[in-house]
Design a protein around this ligand. Structure first.
Ligand code: ZN
Ligand code: ZN
Length: 387
């Protein structure tokens, strides 16, 4: 039996009205626990202040589903009736939608519990936006004995009813960098008495743009953006230092390592040429998300069967901490169309709620079929395919 669509939408709206930042999802956690427990679904103990892990079914065969539950420091401008009541915080990435989808999947799986050939563990993961929650749940042992994991992100650029995924690399290595240039402050009228950190920083920024376009194969997937500059306080003083930073996105570990090394060299050499000093700190974010080819195909086949229009997803330059799970166990991450005029992380982002109920049904069906597939693979004398 499928859960009532209006119930799933009501839950999504309640989460949307009361969004919480990464690692601070206390009320969200309380609500999720109540809704799951009221449906008779068992919860596992986890050593985290936020996040919920539920489990349905019994037996050795075990798969996992994952929803993320955190919101962003963004002021909502969507104009919806159930807009955020926490000023400056908004579910602008649709994690409220993802949570409602997995709640719906949990309810449908609960109704099928007696027939399930194994267990489905559902991770309502905190702190995705700061790439922390997946690592915390892994450290808490939540992947132990899990044979495959599945998750989704809504995709505003795709119509509702559309499904997309791809084999291998999908989301990017999403790294952060900070560059600090130290020169020598001086009167603005006498630059010859100092070392102009602003000029050095400007040249490094220009150099970085040439480096990515000239220093790598055009077919390598990479982008480097400087997103902030901080230096100087007034009009007639050359500051002694400038700090700037941004992000680098790649889909290949070798390209990622090569980019960091080349940026480090460029920063050092430009500074040296001007008699300044400069340092680079590189902060690796979530790694490239690599879908298991077999499970990506399996996920697409089930989507097709349930009536989704299935596409091969393009490479995505966003980061997604689901990638950490896939470093440990196989699985697949998929995109489901949410048809919003405004994109993710925008104050007017408005996903179409019509995606929720079909996606919940999809993940319940995917889970059931994945368990059947794994049970058949493990115990049959001759392996049989169920897809
Ligand atoms: Zn996001
Ligand atoms: Zn997101």
């Amino acid at each position: 039996m499928r859960p009532d669509e209006s119930q799933l939408i009501a839950w999504r709206r309640e989460l949307h009205t009361w969004p919480e930042l990464s690692g601070k999802e206390f009320a969200t956690t309380k609500r999720l626990r109540e809704w799951l427990q009221n449906a008779g679904i068992r919860l596992l103990d986890i050593p985290l202040e936020t996040g919920v892990v539920a489990e349905i079914g019994s037996g050795e065969t075990l798969i996992a589903l994952r929803a993320d539950i955190d919101a962003l420091p963004i002021n909502e401008t969507s104009g919806v009736r159930f807009h955020s009541r926490h000023p400056g915080i908004m579910h602008a990435c649709g994690h409220d939608v993802h949570s409602a989808v997995m709640l719906g999947a949990a309810l449908e799986l609960k109704a099928l519990e007696a027939q399930l050939p194994g267990r489905v563990r559902i991770l309502f993961q905190p702190a995705e936006e700061i790439a922390l929650g997946a690592k915390q749940l892994i450290a808490a042992g939540m992947l132990k004995n899990v044979q495959a994991i599945f998750g989704m992100h809504n995709e505003p650029g795709l119509p509702v009813g559309t499904f997309a995924t791809r084999n291998g690399a999908f989301y990017a290595n999403a790294d952060k960098f900070i560059i600090r240039v130290t020169g020598k402050g001086a009167h603005a009228a006498h630059p010859e008495q100092g070392v102009d950190a602003i000029v050095v920083a400007s040249q490094i920024i220009q150099g970085l743009q040439s480096l990515t376009s000239r220093g790598f194969n055009t077919l390598d997937s990479l982008v480097l953006s400087v997103t902030r500059i901080d230096g100087g306080k007034t009009w007639n003083v050359l500051p002694s230092g400038v700090e700037f930073g941004g992000t680098a996105r790649t889909h290949d570990m070798l390209v990622r390592a090569g980019l960091e090394e080349k940026v480090r060299q460029l920063v050092g050499q430009f500074a040296l040429a001007h008699g300044a000093e400069a340092t680079l700190s590189w902060h690796p974010g979530p790694p490239v998300l690599i879908n298991d080819p077999e499970w990506a195909q399996f996920s697409s086949d089930v989507a097709q069967l349930l009536g989704y229009r299935v596409r091969t997803a393009d490479l995505h330059l966003g980061g997604e901490d689901f990638a950490f799970y896939l470093q440990h166990i196989p699985g697949a991450f998929v995109s489901i169309g949410s048809a919003s005029d405004y994109g993710l992380h925008h104050g007017s982002f408005t996903p179409d709620e019509a995606l929720i109920s079909p996606a919940a049904h999809y993940f319940a069906q995917l889970s059931q079929r994945a368990l059947q597939h794994l049970s058949a693979r493990c115990c049959a004398s001759t392996p049989t395919e169920t897809h």
